[in-house]
Design a protein around this ligand. Sequence first.
Ligand code: PDD
Length: 287
Amino acid sequence: MQAQTVYLNGEFTPIEEARIPVLDRGFIFGDGVYEVIPVYSGYPFRLVQHLERLQRSLDAIKLANPMTLARWSQLVRKMAKLHATWKDQAVYIQVTRGVAKRDHAFPSHTEPTVFLMSNALSVPDRKHVAEGVACITATDNRWLRCDIKSTSLLGNVLMRQRAAEAGCIETIMFRDGFLSEASSSNVFVVRGKQIAAPPNNHLVLPGTTNDVVMELARKAKMPLVLREVTEDEVRAADEIWLTSATKEVLAVSRLDGKPVGSGKPGPAYKRIYKLYQDYKRTVMRRA
Ligand code: PDD
């Protein structure tokens, strides 16, 4: 088994030995941000975009970036190298506001806590790809800054747990009658020939995988629009897709117990899935 080494504040340590103080604001308040970077055959995929998103999250919570882009890149590559027996990996970065006496307001002088780890990245289950997955829906009751990749994930955690308890993969959320996203994925819908997805704003996380899916769809001249998508449209969709770094692109075949379209992954999904796999083989593994 691959031993797991983590990076914590300048040190590389076995995961079992890494410790953070109980007053870390990440532990006390969830006062931190994170990234999950897929690494294919040793190549971190869209590393710069992930690090730019990290910068935007840090800016949004007014936390100075503790490292340069070059240093982050070096660390991510080192984490990947340390776990090279895994063909594909997901490198996790977390930065918190550091350790301070408990007070909601920011401490005046604290070093941020910087943590990296890597986990094996497995491709989605074949059965899920072939048959699609089941999802439930819920009202999006999270805060209004879902664009920040914050470690304060209780809203997402509760949504994902609802899905797990219903034997489903994800909870797809609606805010004021419009689609936002799922608990840890972005969502696309297909109606007729048109693919639609909500635009990036404060209500959704700007996903890196949905960027790839959009680029591939546009390149293949599949009609794609970014616009508000109503709850009724989602319920009447021919196809629904989920995207994330770990799910790639997955078809939703049942929503709230009812079949989506034909109840099987549709033609547009099959096309985009193939484009994604081709892209993974020809580009992501050689980035
Ligand atoms: N989550 N929306 C939410 C709320 C997410 O948590 C994620 C990813 C996405 C998709 O983003 P990306 O395509 O960049 O992975 C959308 C990661 C994988 C996680 O929290 O583990």
